[in-house]
Structures are given as C-alpha cells and as structure tokens.
Design a protein around this ligand. Sequence first.
Ligand SMILES: NC(=O)C1=CN([C@@H]2O[C@H](COP(=O)(O)OP(=O)(O)OC[C@H]3O[C@@H](n4cnc5c(N)ncnc54)[C@H](O)[C@@H]3O)[C@@H](O)[C@H]2O)C=CC1
Ligand SMILES: O=C(O)C(=O)CO
Length: 323
Amino acid sequence: MKPSVILYKALPDDLQKRLEEHFTVTQVKNLSPDTVAQHADAFARAEGLLGSSEKVDSALLEKMPKLRATSTISVGYDNFDVEALNARKVLLMHTPTALTETVADTLMALVLSTARRVVEVAERVKAGEWTKSIGPDWFGVDVHGKTLGIVGMGRIGLALAQRAHFGFNMPILYNARRQHKEAEERFNGRYCDLDTLLQEADYVCLILPLTDETHHLIGKAEFAKMKKSAIFINAGRGPVVDEKALIAALQNGEIHAAGLDVFEQEPLPVDSPLLTLPNVVALPHIGSATHETRYSMASTAVDNLIDALNGKVEKNCVNPQVK
Ligand SMILES: NC(=O)C1=CN([C@@H]2O[C@H](COP(=O)(O)OP(=O)(O)OC[C@H]3O[C@@H](n4cnc5c(N)ncnc54)[C@H](O)[C@@H]3O)[C@@H](O)[C@H]2O)C=CC1
Ligand SMILES: O=C(O)C(=O)CO
C-alpha cells in the first residue's frame, strides 16, 4: 500500500501526477484547525506533508501521529517548529538551491528601483505629470560603484554579491555568522561587524533567515547608525526588522529609501504607513516568484518528499540527524 500524504498547496498537473504515483494524496486548502478537523482521518494516517506558507507546530503534529517527513516548497523554514519535529524524529526537507539566482535578481531589482525611483516616476508618467523635460526632482542616485552591505552571506547573499561585483562594480561589505572565503576571493567582499557595515554601506541589504537571534536584528539603534543617504533593502523575512522603527527612520529622513519584499505581517495591511511613503518600493513577497523557479521549487519539493519517505536525505534536509 502506498504511504498517505497531505498536500496543502496546489501543484502543476504533472507534479501532482508524480506525487500520486508514489503516494495516496489528500489535498487540503490549508492547515487551519478547521481543515484538520474536517480531514481528521487523513491527517491521522499521513506519513508525509507537502506545501508552503503555513505554520507546522506541535499542535498540528499531535494530529499527525504517523508523520515521518515534511517537505516545504521554500528555502526558509521559520514556519516549522524544528524542535518539535526533531523530538518526533520527523524529517524536514526544503528547496535551497532552486531559487537562489531568482531571489538575487529580485534583490538587485529592489536596489535599482529604489535608487532610480523607478516605480515612483513611472507612476508620475502614467498620471500625466511628464509635461516637459524632467528636472532634479525626478532624479535618482547611482548604483554602480557604491558600497553594498550584505547582511547574511549565504547562498542568496553570494549570488547578489556576484551581480553587484561583476555587473555594477560595487565594493562589497558583508556580515554573517562566519567569514566566507568565496565572497572574499571571487567578489572582493570584506567581512565586517554589523555596526561597521551599517555605518559604511550605501545599500544595506538583508537576506537572513528568521530565527530567535535575527528577530528585530535591525531596529531604531541600527537605523540611526546608517548614512542619511542609505537605501535599505529586506528580502529575507519581515520580522528581522522592527517595522515601526523602519517607518520612523523613513519618515524622519534618517535613511533615504527602502525596498521591501517581506513584512512583519503578510499580506501587508492596506493601511500600513509604508504604502504612503513615495521612497518605499513594497513588493508582495515575490523573491522567488517566476514561473520557472516556482516550478523548479515545487518539483524539488515533490522529489524531496519521495526521497525522505524512502530514507534518502543526502541533500535538501534541514535535520538529517533524526533519520
Ligand atoms: N523574499 C523571498 O521570497 C525569499 C526569502 N528568502 C529568505 O532568505 C533566507 C536566506 O536564504 P539562503 O541564502 O538560501 O540561506 P543560507 O542559509 O544559505 O544563508 C543564510 C545566511 O545568513 C547568515 N546568518 C544567519 N543568522 C545570522 C545572524 N544572526 N547574523 C548574521 N548572519 C546570519 C548565515 O551565516 C548565512 O550566511 C531564507 O532563510 C529566507 O528566509 C529566501 C528565498 C526567497
Ligand atoms: O523560499 C522562501 O523561503 C521564500 O520566502 C519564498 O520563496
């Protein structure tokens, strides 16, 4: 008999078929208590769980006594209670390499669009304001040659450094938990403490996982250390930044602009002050959202679940020690 799995995200038809070749699949719309109660038998039987953007905590695990593996269609796994999974010896699989280049493209898009005010001036054109040759009130600032500070020199940080170094001739400062030889040898990156990076960078780019350690890593004191001309970018996770402090820093002119793909609350509430600021580019968490990359992530996640339930955890496994 095929193992049972719960699928909580729609998959392209061919991937759904591949999943069904290996498993008996119950598709649900989300992991809310109501949905779990409605499909209680399927959750009680399931050995695998596949999806994204939903909390997987100990309360859910209690409803899934047979669970052996979870597979998330994402690289970030802050939605998972990893300690609870470890205690139950449930494997957690993710999609680290499938999205790296695409997310680095998004970061570069945020750098360029904030610096050159792309969204703001395009809106002014659409509003009919381009009635004569433009003056300095439409100008932006340069990107090439400016100092880029990358906080979180992991896979995506490295891909951003590559773009900035070779494409835009930007000197690179970085902060991470350890020094990265590759960043230094290939992209001339300079490791420094967070304070130095905040003080010296023209562009401060965050691409960090959300952990207890990174929660509100950037707040009032950190914005105060940045240059008044600094542009702040976050595409890691919203709660890494104290959003109230960010809004105040933008409103008080402590920093020049911000490009954001992630927020403390998603979707971003429509009454967020961030949406009233012309110097903010706010994106709806599109870091990896291209057709090609989202397909590749879903395909990797399906393969990850097949591998994990067959005891293969050589790659893409967050907690291989529980096997
Ligand atoms: N906006 C979006 O759509 C996306 C956002 N992400 C976010 O980006 C994160 C990073 O992804 P990857 O580069 O693949 O991960 P990674 O694990 O390769 O890199 C993470 C980096 O952060 C550093 N780091 C961790 N804690 C730190 C701390 N307290 N202080 C300084 N550095 C610290 C690590 O040393 C490492 O260099 C993901 O965990 C996810 O939250 C990832 C993909 C898409
Ligand atoms: O993979 C992730 O962690 C995302 O945020 C979406 O791609």
